[in-house]
Write a protein that binds this ligand. Structure first.
Ligand code: TRP
Length: 362
């Protein structure tokens, strides 16, 4: 059997560079590699509602933003199925059955859920839906018999939990589900791109994001005000590269050909780093270089977005068709699951015959 991808994002805001390096850019490469039989990309609105139950309008507004971000990055609806989670109700039914296979204490140990509970001050009042979203994520993945889940490292505990559910399901009910593998970004700087303020992660609430749909001027301003080495006060001072956000971004985005194009004084990033460490290289020059690299990368994305924005009904149509296609696939898996769980009563002619004989006393 061929390899199948499923991945997705919560529609709680426009997508940013962290999403791009964490998975979006990679998805486009994977899509175009021709290595995968099917690719499903899900807008996880139901999951977004697990911690935004009181703000459905936010989720509703951001579905189209995320769809536009996908399309403008090069997700091609003729090669990948883009769909909306809530439009595939089969996922809820799968979650309901998987809930029997997971303990409360196992969910409590999920490190991503733990951190998120703290971040949201949910400690004393965790919504059950939020608490159990790793189970629903297992349903998302297994409904499509995904072999491969390209996501950032923060999603690793979700994939591990999914694998456990698959193993448990298959051992209890017989071989039915496929155990997925996580596919992490290959550049270590991409594992977790910090925010422009140097904080651990890009996040809307911290106002430290560079969005894929930001204007060229917005991006430039963000780069020029980026966190660097707080002790690198004068150009002559030696500077630190480690923990310096501008260099972390360069590690993630800079390629050899960028030097000839934008900074021929240096042959490669190591030379820049050495100079910065020695002293005599100012932040502004390094930031300008990073800005050129980011602009080159983001410009075509912005241009494509502008095109798609001209035909929003068509974008909704892509989502509708994708959701119908996804639903058909999830329904087939659900039929397998029901059969394995022996709850396919009306599809099982032999069962009805057998019960009839039993009650006739045969
Ligand atoms: N939890 C993911 C996020 O926050 C979104 C998501 C939901 C997902 N279901 C998924 C990702 C299944 C991969 C596979 O970004």
């Amino acid at each position: 059997m061929g390899k199948i991808i499923l991945t997705g994002d919560r529609p709680t805001g426009r997508l940013h560079l962290g999403h791009f390096v964490g998975s979006l850019g990679r998805r486009v490469e994977l899509q175009n590699s021709g290595e995968f039989e099917k690719i499903f990309i899900m807008i996880a609105d139901a999951q977004a509602l697990t911690d935004n139950a009181d703000n459905p309008e936010k989720v509703r507004q951001n579905i189209i933003e995320v769809a536009l971000d996908y399309l403008s990055c090069g997700i091609d609806p003729t090669k990948s199925t883009i769909f909306i989670q809530s439009q595939v109700p089969e996922l809820c039914e799968l979650s309901f059955y998987y809930m029997n296979l997971v303990t409360v204490s196992r969910l409590q140990r999920n490190p991503t859920v733990k951190t998120e509970i703290q971040m949201r001050n949910f400690e004393t009042s965790i919504p059950v839906g939020f608490f159990t979203y790793p189970i629903s994520q297992a349903a998302d993945i297994t409904a499509f018999k995904a072999t491969t889940v390209p996501v950032g490292e923060d999603q690793e505990p979700m994939i591990e939990q999914t694998r456990e559910i698959v193993r448990k399901f298959n051992s209890v009910y017989g071989d039915t589900l496929v155990e997925p593998d996580i596919l992490l970004p290959d550049n270590s700087a991409c594992l977790r791109l910090p925010g422009t303020d140097g904080k651990a992660k890009m996040s809307k609430s911290l106002n430290n994001c560079i969005y894929l749909s930001d204007t060229a001027e917005d991006v430039r301003k963000r780069v020029m005000s980026m966190f660097t080495d707080p002790n690198h006060l004068r150009v002559e001072d030696p500077g630190k590269v480690e923990g310096n956000t501008v260099f972390t971004y360069l590690d993630a985005f800079c390629r050899p050909e960028h030097f000839a194009a934008y900074w021929p004084d240096y042959a490669n990033l190591d030379e820049v780093k050495d100079h910065y460490r020695r002293g005599g290289l100012g932040d502004v020059k390094v930031k300008k270089f990073l800005n050129s690299i980011l602009q080159e990368m983001l410009e075509p994305i912005r241009a494509r977005r502008k095109e798609f924005e001209k035909d929003i009904p068509m974008v909704y149509d892509i989502l509708k068709k994708g959701s119908e296609e996804a639903r058909a696939v999830a329904a087939a898996t659900l039929a397998d699951v029901r059969k394995s769980m022996k709850i396919d009563y009306f599809e099982d002619a032999a069962l009805i015959q057998e019960q009839a004989r039993r009650f006739r006393g045969e």
